[in-house]
Ligand binder design. Structure first.
Ligand SMILES: [Mg+2]
Length: 294
């Protein structure tokens, strides 16, 4: 009897500690997956942090090289000749040293707006975004490593300059949010450049030129190719480059700049890489396809 009770107790104990059968995973929308990876994955946080640390390190050594007269190149492209980027020149005698940053999904995470969009599984809505820009400043979150990097630059005497496609109408709200997060002062037209500033364009080249006339730009940081140069997204005739061509140009004409003067922050949620949306046929060549044999 006692032995039977003990056996039953052991059996019940075993049942109590046995792992529950794993429920099948519910399908997740690509938008939701991209959003949860960006804001939830250690991998995403660490890529950002690594990029920011490398940028501060490279900017500091670049500043040293400029002080000792062994360099004159800005991190801003002047033109592309023979498929190779030619950089604008800068001189610390006339220009303050600076690093140019994009804002959205580079220095700040728009968790509120992206979660709203992913929860509705809806396409980007410009009117809804404008409301977010105006009202959501107190909900912006700093990207991991971003505040530390900007503060480290300021301590080195390097001015952070923000070049964003946020609207001029929300310049005050944007500057206020940056200050609240610890990025310091942002003055519109000086260290804060917004959509349409300089040349009326949503592309950032005109603003980059205006910034390079005032500052010696040691590095650029962004989450989109357009944060660095327009020539990756657009061909000389103004047409939009296809994904593979975009990647080729980014890696060849500008290859030496990545990780040296240009630093990327990961953003799988939106960008020209996915405009128009890519399908498997666009990115997986036939010879790389696989299905298990019967
Ligand atoms: Mg951005």
């Amino acid at each position: 009897m006692r032995a039977a009770s003990l056996g039953l107790a052991l059996l019940l104990g075993a049942c109590a500690t046995a792992p529950a059968a794993r429920a099948p995973l519910a399908p997740v929308s690509p938008a939701l997956q991209a959003t949860t990876w960006t804001y939830g994955a250690a991998e995403a946080a660490l890529i950002a942090e690594t990029s920011f640390r490398a940028m501060v390190d490279r900017a500091e050594s670049r500043l040293g090289a400029l002080y000792f007269g062994s360099g004159f190149e800005s991190a801003i492209v002047r033109d592309v000749a023979d498929g190779r980027a030619r950089m604008r020149e800068c001189d610390l005698t006339f220009h303050r040293p600076a690093v140019v940053f994009d804002l959205d999904e580079t220095l700040v995470w728009n968790m509120g707006a992206q979660a709203d969009q992913a929860a509705r599984n809806a396409p980007f809505d410009p009117a809804r975004w404008a409301r977010w820009e105006a009202e959501g400043g107190d909900r912006l979150v700093a990207v991991p490593g971003a505040v530390e990097a900007v503060q480290a630059l300021r301590a080195l005497g390097i001015t952070p300059v923000f070049n964003s496609n946020r609207a001029v109408a929300s310049a005050g709200a944007t500057a206020q949010a940056l200050a609240r997060l610890g990025f310091g002062e942002a003055v519109h037209g000086e260290t804060l450049w917004l959509h349409g500033d300089a040349d009326g364009s949503s592309r950032k080249h005109g603003r980059r030129v205006a910034i390079a006339e005032r500052f010696c730009v040691l590095a650029q940081v962004g989450d989109q190719m357009g944060d660095f140069v327009d020539a990756i997204d657009f061909a000389e005739d103004g047409s939009r480059r296809a994904a593979a061509e975009r990647t080729r140009v980014a890696r060849t004409a500008f290859g030496r700049l990545w990780g040296e003067r240009w630093f990327l922050i990961p953003n799988p949620m939106y960008g020209r890489w996915n405009e128009p949306p890519l399908g498997l046929d666009d990115v997986v060549p036939q010879e790389a396809r696989w299905t298990p044999k019967e």
